[in-house]
Ligand binder design. Structure first.
Ligand code: NAD
Length: 334
């Protein structure tokens, strides 16, 4: 099949080209993101392959459909950037990669927890400048601390397993209970109880209308003072302005995020020579107890390999008329 691959970086080209060898599909790599302005690039392509920041909204889908595209191949798990109803109405099939790096994301969340707790990001800079003072670097033992996990699917479960290894107690909230988490000793509670009793809260649920701004001013009222908040899921789970107020008052003791609500304006690009206009993001970067990474939690060699393999398996299923286990339809919640 002829596939227009959008939002491509050097690493995407390498892993996708390797998995496509010997060439089964005609891949054409485009650096721009897919949106209504760039959809014209896909004219005559049966499929488009997209990532988290491509805007696969109704107008974009209409443009794609009018020029022959019948398949949207997401090389990620989340599909909050795709209008599934519009795709269904236009006869466009949408497939995704539901799991490619659950260990990578959970391990990155642990990296944020350890770095924030032991101030490794600050210590790194100090030592390079010959400053060996320990003032301000005091941490706490993770052993016997309580970790609250919101969303106990693939990634949340792995985080629970890892934190159990540190000797932590696990509280959990999900719309469905995961027996594997309960078998670990994790205890399901309602959100207010999780907020009130967790020393560390880590978010692993998808972004849906129900979870949008799950951490807002009202939630911050309920959390244990000095909590460490970790978000490696989707930026809009957090009301960033409310979190900034929580950091200023000290109610939030630490913030580690790999995702940010307005990240599509920033992440995956080198903006080091530019003036960043997002004042909320810039304020976040001024706190010593905030650690931000640019949506890299998934970014392991294993994940890029899995993404490429599953992407081509999905295309093959659709091309050959088989039912694809990774097809997503409008009525399925993310
Ligand atoms: P998953 O589908 O296995 O698990 C998600 C869990 O969230 C499920 O158990 C589901 O029941 C639960 N959930 C749904 N609605 C909820 C709600 N309202 N409240 C509480 N829980 C709810 O997904 P996963 O593979 O564990 O991934 C979790 C999220 O991580 C994804 O949705 C994606 O946004 C994010 N992610 C981020 C990266 C990254 O690089 N930062 C990479 C992959 C995935």
């Amino acid at each position: 099949m002829k596939v227009a691959v959008f939002s491509t970086k050097v690493y995407d080209r390498k892993f996708l080209s390797d998995a496509n060898s010997p060439a089964q599909h005609e891949l054409v790599f485009f650096e721009p993101r897919l949106n209504r302005d760039t959809a014209i690039l896909a004219a005559g392509f049966g499929a488009v392959c997209v990532f988290v920041h491509d805007q696969v909204d109704a107008p974009t889908l209409e443009l794609l459909a009018s020029r022959g595209t019948r398949l949207v191949v997401l090389r990620c798990a989340g599909f909050n950037n795709v209008d599934l109803q519009a795709a269904a109405d236009l006869g466009i099939t949408v497939v995704r990669v539901p799991a490619y790096s659950p260990y990578g994301v959970a391990e990155h969340a642990v990296g944020l927890i350890l770095s924030l707790n032991r101030k490794i990001h600050r210590a790194y800079n100090r030592v390079r400048e010959g400053n060996f003072s320990l003032d301000g670097l005091l941490g706490f033992n993770l052993h016997e601390r309580t970790v609250g996990i919101v969303g106990t699917g693939k990634i949340g479960l792995i985080l629970g397993q890892i934190m159990k290894g540190f000797g932590c107690h696990i509280l959990a909230y999900d719309v469905y209970r995961n027996p594997e988490l309960e078998a670990l000793g994790g205890k399901y509670v309602e959100l207010p109880e999780l907020f009130a009793n967790s020393d560390i809260i880590s978010l692993h649920c998808p972004l849906t209308p129900e979870t949008h701004h799950l951490i807002n001013a009202e939630a911050i009222e309920k959390i244990k003072p000095g909590v460490m908040l970790i978000n490696t899921s989707r930026g809009a789970l957090i009301d960033t302005q409310a979190v900034i107020e929580g950091l200023k008052s000290g109610k939030i003791g630490y913030l580690g995020v790999d995702v940010y609500e307005q990240e599509s304006e920033l992440f995956f690009e080198d903006l080091s020579g530019e003036i960043i206009q997002d004042d909320i993001f810039q304020r976040l970067t001024t706190f010593p107890n905030v650690l931000i990474t640019g949506h890299q939690a998934f970014f392991t060699a294993e994940a890029l390999h899995n993404i490429a393999e599953t992407t081509f398996a999905n295309i093959a299923d659709v091309e050959q008329g088989r039912s694809c286990p990774n097809e997503i339809r409008a009525q399925v919640s993310a």
